[in-house]
Write a protein that binds this ligand. Structure first.
Ligand code: IMP
Ligand code: MG
Length: 332
């Protein structure tokens, strides 16, 4: 457990926010680093209240957890400050000096730049901000007055915590199939989203990681353009109760059944050692709220076994409802 990377297996929205918020509470995580950017919304339900976090790590749910945003991340300053206020984490959140900044113009460029037309980006400006970073013209966190109180060396803090045996989570954003390198190019995001990239953005080397927890949803969804193997017609998705509206953008998500080939490839390239399977209660409604494996209905257990058999790693966490604690936890 000391250092666990949490990554998404499909097109984002697998429930990483729920898994990270659960682990933070259950395992009393000492430190959590969020990677990526504001285009990803991580939904956390805690005591009936819903949070959709675009910047603050989902581990805010455990009040002693140190929250960090890595050097590889891109900061939307206004959204960051708003969420820090909302979650009341001012005294325990830090941003790396070298994280780069999304400016007003980037969001404009996301909507108007011809080369991005038809990709269905989230419109937050993350791609254009990364373009500026690659050009070596980006503004960095250390250049922003409002971020002064939060600046820190995230890599140093994180490696020191790991070396001291503390419990550390590296919170990935988006999903493997949106990876710039391994996803459905050009219908992808502007960065690699795999476990290795999450480590790199946080400043943690591969020898320091103990577990890679890959998060699958019991069915697949996708927002924006690009292929979705096995895509269901909208009416069928509605009928099955799989129809979703995106937490970040309010856009409709397309959906499809769980795809074992995609899942296997995601396990391979992420070097996954463990799986989480969320929203099992959406596919098998009688799972709702169940917290013990033996209380799951037979067909749901069969599905879990099938996933384990076909993708080759244990399903250690199973999501059975929206609340952070609606989980079957099969870890020893
Ligand atoms: P961008 O990341 O805003 O440039 O968007 C590129 C593609 O990735 C679009 O299809 C978006 O809908 C998708 N995307 C980006 N972030 C997320 C996410 O967190 N969840 C789901 N889809 C995302
Ligand atoms: Mg999301």
């Amino acid at each position: 457990m000391p250092c666990t990377v949490v990554a998404g297996a499909f097109w984002g929205d697998e429930g990483k926010g729920k898994i990270v918020s659960y682990l933070a509470l259950k395992d009393k995580i000492d430190l959590c680093v969020r990677t990526g950017s504001v285009n990803a919304a991580h939904t956390v339900w805690i005591e009936g209240k819903r949070y959709a976090m675009h910047m603050v790590p989902a581990a805010f749910t455990y009040e002693k957890c140190r929250l960090l945003i890595g050097a590889g991340a891109n900061i939307h300053v206004a959204k960051f400050l708003e969420e820090v206020e909302l979650t009341n984490v001012k005294n325990r959140i830090g941003v790396d000096y070298q994280a780069s900044i999304i400016e007003e113009k980037h969001s404009e460029q996301d909507k108007t730049n011809a080369h991005l037309k038809g990709l269905g980006t989230t419109g937050w400006g993350v791609g254009p901000a990364i373009e500026d970073r690659v050009r070596r013209t980006a503004k960095l966190a250390k250049d922003v007055a409002e971020l002064k109180p939060y600046l820190t060396d995230v890599a140093a803090e994180t490696n020191n915590a790991i070396d001291a045996g503390k419990k550390v989570l590296l919170e990935g954003t988006q999903g493997f199939m949106l990876s710039l390198f391994y996803g459905t190019y050009p219908y992808v995001t502007g960065r690699d989203t795999s476990a290795s990239a999450i480590c790199s953005e946080a400043g943690v080397g591969p020898t320091k990681v103990d577990e890679v927890l890959l998060v699958f949803k019991a069915f697949m969804t996708r927002v924006g353009a690009g292929p979705l193997p096995g895509e269901l017609p909208r009416e069928e998705a509605v009928k099955r109760g799989w129809f979703e509206i995106a937490a970040g953008t309010g856009r409709e998500r397309r959906s499809a059944p769980f795809n074992f080939e995609i899942a296997k490839r995601a396990v391979m390239i992420n070097g996954a050692t463990q799986a989480a399977l969320t929203k099992l209660d959406i596919v098998y409604p009688s799972c709702k709220g169940v917290r013990k494996y033996e209380d799951l209905p037979l067909e749901a257990k069969e599905f879990v076994k099938d996933v384990e058999r076909k993708v080759g790693i244990p399903v250690v966490l199973i999501g059975t409802g929206q609340e952070a604690l609606d989980i079957v936890d099969r870890r020893a």
